[in-house]
Design a protein around this ligand. Structure first.
Ligand code: PAF
Length: 274
């Protein structure tokens, strides 16, 4: 991987990296296409990173299909599909981790201890191995995007971070490899995340400003759908993720909801003055 990158860099070409955990859907392909527009060469990394999963999480169940992923990447014009093995990324003796302390605390960080430390560590390793000029991340994982931007700034990394808008199914469900965990009935319930975001946007447009009041209404709405369990509903500042009580400026509404065993996330920036 390094030898390829060194050669491409020597030829003066720009490299874009799309870090993924595989099982590609349209969302991944959109990131790859964006990367192609922004650089001369596109590298997609495919690595189900064990250190970002908690002990009770879905590492073993995480869907995988390397042959299909390789075909889709090729059809999308990806130059290199980089698929390191766990023992190569974390050989015996591995003991260095990187932590973006504050941005990793709220939202998914509070619910998934160690998750963002695992993400930041693997992404820094991928940047050092692939040496991209830029990297594209999906904004469904909005907190991850902020964590990575902070990592790059704080450690003076020479890589530009590009956030790509959420890609949705026709009925609004944000695309995710984890959607494959849903039964047909759960799949119908799963649309409640996006519908809840739209409901909140509507209420804000109507003039509602109190976040706790909205949390109550959204919570009732989500729980009226079968098989749902709320992990969090949070209104936060889109830059530092601090809690917002009154929606008087652009505010991120972030949701994490279990639908059956699938933990789904979604988000939207609400703009009170639009
Ligand atoms: O968003 C993901 O798929 C992962 O968190 C990432 C960025 C590939 C790191 O493992």
């Amino acid at each position: 991987m390094r030898a390829w990158s060194d050669r491409v860099r020597r030829e003066g070409e720009r490299i874009a990296l799309v870090p993924t955990m595989g099982y590609f859907h349209e969302g991944h392909l959109a990131l790859m296409r964006r990367a192609k527009e922004l650089a001369d060469k596109v590298v997609v990394s495919l690595f189900v990173n064990p250190i970002q999963f908690g002990p009770q999480e879905d590492l073993a169940a995480y869907p995988r299909d390397l042959n299909r992923d390789a075909r889709l990447a090729e059809e999308t014009g990806v130059d290199v599909l980089f698929v390191p093995q766990v023992e190569e990324m974390y050989p015996p003796g591995f003991q260095t981790f990187v932590e973006v302390t504050e941005l990793s605390k709220p939202l998914c960080g509070a619910k998934r201890p160690g998750h963002f430390r695992g993400v930041a560590t693997v992404v820094l390793k991928l940047f050092n191995i692939v040496r991209p000029h830029l990297a594209v991340f999906g904004l469904k994982d909005y907190q991850q995007y902020l964590v990575i931007k902070r990592l790059v700034k704080d450690l003076n990394l020479e890589v530009e971070i590009v956030g790509h808008p959420i890609v949705r199914e026709e009925d609004g469900l944000a695309m995710s490899s984890r959607n494959t965990y849903l039964s047909p009935e759960e799949r119908r319930s799963a649309t409640c995340l996006y519908k809840a975001l739209l409901l909140a946007r509507e209420r804000v447009r109507e003039g509602v400003r109190e976040a706790p009041k909205l949390v109550e209404e959204l919570s009732r709405f989500i729980l009226s759908h079968p098989h749902t369990k709320i992990d969090y509903i949070s209104f936060v500042d889109p830059e530092d993720l601090s809690p917002v009580e009154e929606i008087s400026k652009p505010t991120l509404l972030a949701l994490a909801v279990f639908v059956g065993r699938a933990r789904l996330i979604d988000n939207m920036i609400l703009e009170p003055n639009k």
